[in-house]
Structure formats: C-alpha cells, structure tokens
Design a protein around this ligand. Structure first.
Ligand SMILES: [Fe+2]
Ligand SMILES: [Fe+2]
Length: 142
C-alpha cells in the first residue's frame, strides 16, 4: 500500500512539474508581451533553473534505465531535451533583447507539450512499472 502511494506520487510529481513549468512560462510570456520587464529576468531565471533541473533529474535518475530496456524511446526523449535546451537558450536571448517572438513562443510550448505527453503516456508509466517490479522483488526477498 505504501509502495503504491509512493509510485503514484512519483508520476504525479513529474507530471505536476510539467504543468507548473508550462504555467510559469505562460506567466513570463504574458508579462513580456505586456511590456512589464521588471522582475522578468528573475522570473525567467527561476523558470530556467526549474526546467533544467527537471530535465537533469530525468537524465540522471530515470533515462539510463530506460535506455537499457527501450533504447529507441530513450533516444527520442534525449533528442527532445536537447531541442528544449536549445530553444530555452534562444528564448533567453530574445528576452534579453526584449524581442520575444510569438512564433518562437508557440513552437516552444508545442515542443514542451508534445514532450510532456510522450513522457506521461509512455515513460512515466514505464518507470512506475519498473519501480513496482523492484519493490515486489525486494519484498519477496526480505
Ligand atoms: Fe523530459
Ligand atoms: Fe518530464
């Protein structure tokens, strides 16, 4: 029972990250388009740190195991991460120059959503399955 709660909280925590990150990004876009540049830099740095932290945690703790079991899926996720990092860099430059372009914003949101969808429908359920198997294995051998 405790194990099940832990498993579902892992999935909901990661999916919750996706929602919070997208929400934070939209708030930044609204502020930038409104010409409200005060606090924008700080807000952007917080968003950037949170997004990079999410990607790094997945790459460090989850994707290596996925790569052993499903290398193709792991490669796609890592390509997504590279693309997200590249776009993040471009958006940061746009923000510095106060010229956030709508098409770049839309493309970023699209990539973030597609990536979140992929992870929430394949990667995270797989990770939960792996953890459940590991907990069951440990329970049997204790
Ligand atoms: Fe990811
Ligand atoms: Fe993710």
């Amino acid at each position: 029972m405790i194990a099940t709660q832990r498993l579902s909280s892992l999935e909901s925590m990661l999916a919750g990250d996706h929602h919070r990150l997208e929400h934070a990004f939209q708030a930044i876009v609204t502020r930038a388009y409104g010409g409200d540049v005060q606090e924008l830099e700080g807000q952007w740095l917080i968003f950037q740190r949170a997004l990079l932290g999410h990607l790094e945690a997945e790459e460090k703790y989850l994707i290596p195991a996925l790569a052993q079991d499903r290398p193709g899926e792991a490669a796609v996720l890592l390509e997504d991460h590279t693309r997200i990092r590249d776009m993040l860099l471009e958006l940061g430059i746009d923000l510095d120059l106060h010229c956030l372009r709508a098409e770049r914003v839309d493309a970023f949101v699209e990539v973030l959503r597609a990536h979140a969808h992929r992870e929430e429908h394949t990667f995270y359920p797989w990770a939960d399955g792996q953890m459940a198997a590991s907990v069951a294995h440990r329970t049997r051998h204790e």
